[in-house]
Design a protein. Structure first.
Length: 271
């Protein structure tokens, strides 16, 4: 009887959805990182964003099946972020810091719900029609009253997120989020090293995206805004760009592994 109740416990399903979601997010970032690494080291590949990664999956054998699984995983991740924002299982609270973090969870939920929707459109053959979502969104903001200030503020916020990723990486703040007691000291060191490297690489990408948004605001030109794929391409065009792109690409692969580790070891409070 107890086992039956456990299987039907809603919190158990929420936890499974969350872990599935972390794994799916890891797959997407892994593809972005792998393609960028191939481009950096002259083995083909290309710099692309998360939607480009989804299109790459679609071209593989059983692509639609794989993409459907990823879409479900991304939707699961989005739902978990909404649970974190609304139900506050981690007790972030209702002070200014807690509200800010929970709003961040909600925004993250909408982003990954949108990415899941993009995956569904690709499966149905109605996606991948071109356009640049980052530049289109920037143009919309610039057309508003105080549009340049709005875009500049968003850019500064994203750079702030990048520096927060650096802080998390160098303080190993994510260590408290993961239950690693069953690992040996050597295994734990590897987990923390890979997670830190991946988090720092993501911080570099955030800073690059934020910088280009500020440039777009300064010049009132949405075409200067860059998304993930274009930010990676811009890194490759700097002095020693192939090396920079290669390191960041490997970091994104490490971040994808970190997400898979989160799926396995993250402490989840879902009661």
């Amino acid at each position: 009887m107890t086992q039956q109740l456990t299987r039907q416990d809603p919190s158990t399903w929420v936890e499974r959805l969350a872990r599935f979601g972390y794994a799916a997010k890891g797959v997407v970032y892994g593809i972005v990182g792998l393609l960028a690494a191939q481009a950096a080291f002259g083995a083909g590949g290309k710099t692309t964003d998360t939607e480009g990664a989804l299109q790459t999956v679609l071209t593989q054998p059983f692509g639609k099946f794989l993409l459907a699984a990823i879409a479900l995983g991304l939707l699961s991740y989005a739902l978990w972020r909404f649970v974190e924002a609304i139900k506050d299982p981690e007790n972030k609270g209702t002070n200014a810091k807690g509200i800010f973090q929970r709003l961040g969870y909600a925004v993250n939920g909408f982003i990954y719900a949108g990415l899941a929707f993009s995956a569904v459109k690709l499966i149905l053959g109605t996606g991948g029609g071109g356009g640049n979502a980052t530049q289109d969104g920037t143009a919309t903001l610039l057309s508003q009253p105080f549009g340049q200030w709005l875009v500049g503020t968003v850019g500064a916020f994203i750079i702030g997120m990048g520096f927060y990723q650096f802080y998390r990486a160098f303080t190993a703040k994510f260590r408290k989020e993961m239950d690693l007691h069953q690992l040996s000291k050597t295994e734990e060191k590897w987990v923390l090293g890979i997670s830190g490297f991946g988090t720092a690489a993501r911080g570099v990408v955030f800073c690059a995206i934020g910088f280009f948004l500020i440039q777009a605001a300064r010049n009132n030109n949405p075409n200067e805004a860059r998304g993930l794929g274009e930010a990676l391409q811009a890194l490759s065009q700097q002095p020693f760009g192939k090396w920079i792109l290669g390191i960041v690409a490997l970091g994104l692969i490490a971040y994808s592994i970190y997400m898979v580790l989160q799926a396995r070891y993250r402490r989840l409070k879902v009661d």
